[in-house]
Design a protein around this ligand. Structure first.
Ligand SMILES: [Zn+2]
Ligand SMILES: [Zn+2]
Length: 289
């Protein structure tokens, strides 16, 4: 089955068609600056997939949990007292919903601030539509098994620093032009399940150089085994951080035909590149096999 969720007042869709997630390895309960779930999937709050206390304490009348969505689906409330955090969208509890339908109806809670994973949730009053999935995902277990084998390999070389550190997702489109542009890329992964990293090779990098991008295993599972879209929109980029391993905060957003990939930290280390959208999508499809 697939589901979508609609406004209880005007009936407009608040989400695209999404699938109920059953793969615990794709859930992120701990890492800050990382989505709780892959986009395109949802879970019920009382599902066994969300056992951590800070997630299960989420109010019972907001039972549907998602990855952050773009403003095309859900708008952010106009009252800053409900939304302003220290670096992103904050949530001040069930009495002060901060996500709204285009018609103005208050329908959800969203969180994209510092502590813990990023999530959106929808109120119990939203209309839950279901229909038979016309194209159910196949081969997830096989892709996961291949990915597990592949990630077990070592990462041989140090990562290259391509510069471009001042590039900005939201505020400064010209800053994208100051980054190294990759017209084609190939992806590999390694480092083991506990400390995985993505390895990006490209003809546009100096000979022998490669970009090394640490990521949590759940994120690799989403992108390679579940086929999550490997970017989001600039207002709320796809983002991840392997907190326990002190990895960089990585953000990927799309503008027209390019994606911007930024890696910030640890410490003052940071860099950015832009990649042709098609090349980035194809490279993920090849990695997923
Ligand atoms: Zn509405
Ligand atoms: Zn913050």
């Amino acid at each position: 089955m697939q589901s979508r969720f609609c406004c209880p007042r005007c009936g407009e869709a608040l989400t695209p068609w999404v699938r109920r997630l059953e793969l615990a390895e794709a859930v992120n309960l701990h890492d800050s600056h990382t989505w709780v779930l892959p986009s395109g999937w949802f879970v019920r709050r009382d599902s066994g997939l969300l056992p951590a206390p800070h997630l299960s304490e989420r109010p019972a009348n907001y039972p549907w949990v998602f990855a952050p969505m773009s403003k095309w689906w859900l708008g952010v409330h106009s009252d800053p007292r409900r939304t302003v955090g220290c670096c992103g969208l904050a949530s001040y509890g069930p009495e002060l919903p901060n996500l709204v339908c285009a018609c103005g109806q208050e329908v959800g809670l969203g969180y994209r601030d510092c502590l813990g994973p990023y999530w959106y949730s929808l109120h119990e009053s939203v209309v839950h539509e279901q229909e038979v999935d016309p194209d159910p995902p196949r081969g997830i277990a096989e892709r996961l098994a291949r990915l597990r084998e592949r990630v077990a390999g070592p990462i041989a070389r140090m990562g290259y620093d391509p510069g471009g550190r001042h590039a900005s997702h939201q505020h400064d489109p010209p800053s994208w032009d100051a980054t190294l542009r990759l017209a084609e890329v190939t992806l590999d992964c390694g480092g083991g399940v506990d400390e995985p990293a993505l390895v990006i090779e490209s003809q546009q990098l100096p000979a022998g150089a490669q970009l090394v991008v640490p990521l949590p295993w759940c994120q690799l599972v989403r992108l390679a085994a579940l086929g999550e879209q490997p970017w989001a929109e600039t207002e709320s980029p796809l983002t991840w951080k392997h907190e326990r391993r002190g990895g960089p905060r990585v953000c990927v957003s799309r503008r027209k035909r390019r994606v911007l990939l930024t890696a910030w930290g640890p410490g003052s280390a940071s860099w950015a590149v832009t990649i042709a959208v098609r090349a980035w999508a194809d490279a993920w499809a090849r990695l997923a096999g």
